[in-house]
Design a protein around this ligand. Structure first.
Ligand SMILES: [Zn+2]
Length: 264
């Protein structure tokens, strides 16, 4: 898998004596979580993992060199059962995913590290990330943090419909890849579908609402796309990547400064 993580920020490039020399309370370890799953006819299976690496690599490059912040090797496989039935999707169960995070948390805590970030770029993992952040805090006393996707960056130029329901292989993801790995995007194979209509919301929404319906991708679309990739441009992708990385870098900086103990 390609990586944009600066070599000096890659935890797995250290030897154990170098790891042992890191300041335990003042080191932030970032565990990327993503997926290997269908992304329509036009994007590769690794899309969520590539985007995670692009945003995190750019964010780490923005941090001052003296800060002790490292990217752990990513958890490539996610809970992707919403995309089963589309060849190429490689999914792990919720129990497996949580067990992997629990075991990695145990390893990190046993080495004495205290600050762990779960950086997730696949929506199917989101609920499990929130569960495990609290469980790792409770079981190992790790100070755990979560951050998702573009860390709340507000991208200009999106329609309200795409902003609300460009869930998967839509304009943003396609633009990110056009800006960074255009050879992996098949521009001749775009399809567009939406899971809901932002202009006419009914009483049930797909997520982030008081009343929701559980969905599988195959309920919505035969191509696997939920969003509209057609307006995507490399220029927008490059600008949005930088905006997302700036927000992510600010979140990481705040996590590194977050007090480990309650105020007296
Ligand atoms: Zn995706």
């Amino acid at each position: 898998m390609k990586t944009w993580i600066p070599d000096a920020r890659n935890f797995a490039y250290l030897n154990w004596k170098q790891v042992d020399a890191l300041p335990r309370e003042a080191t932030l370890l970032v565990l990327p979580t993503a997926a290997v799953e269908q992304h329509g006819h036009h994007l590769p299976l690794a899309t969520d993992t590539l985007i995670n690496n692009l945003l995190l690599g750019r964010a780490l490059a923005k941090l001052p060199a003296h800060l002790s912040v490292y990217a752990l090797p990513p958890v490539h496989y996610g809970k992707s059962n919403e995309h089963m039935g589309f060849p190429g999707t490689l999914s792990v169960s919720a129990a497996t995913f949580m067990a992997v995070l629990r075991d990695l948390g145990a390893s990190i805590a046993s080495a004495g590290f205290q600050r762990l970030v779960l950086y997730n770029t696949h929506g199917g993992n989101t609920a499990l990330i929130e569960v495990m952040a609290r469980d790792l805090r409770a079981e190992f006393r790790l100070r755990t943090f979560t951050v998702h996707g573009s860390a709340g960056a507000h991208f200009d130029g999106l329609t309200p419909q795409e902003r609300a329901y460009g869930f998967h292989a839509g304009e943003i993801e396609t633009a990110f890849l056009l800006a960074s790995v255009p050879e992996l995007v098949d521009r001749s194979a775009y399809t567009a579908n939406y899971i809901a209509d932002a202009a006419n919301p009914g009483p049930l929404l797909p997520e982030n609402a008081p009343a929701t319906f559980a969905w599988l991708t195959s309920d919505i679309t035969t191509s696997g796309v939920m969003g509209d990739p057609r307006p995507a441009t490399a220029e927008n992708g490059a600008r949005w990547l930088d905006q997302g990385a700036t927000r992510l870098a600010a979140a990481l900086d705040a996590m590194l400064r977050f007090p480990l103990s309650p105020a007296p």
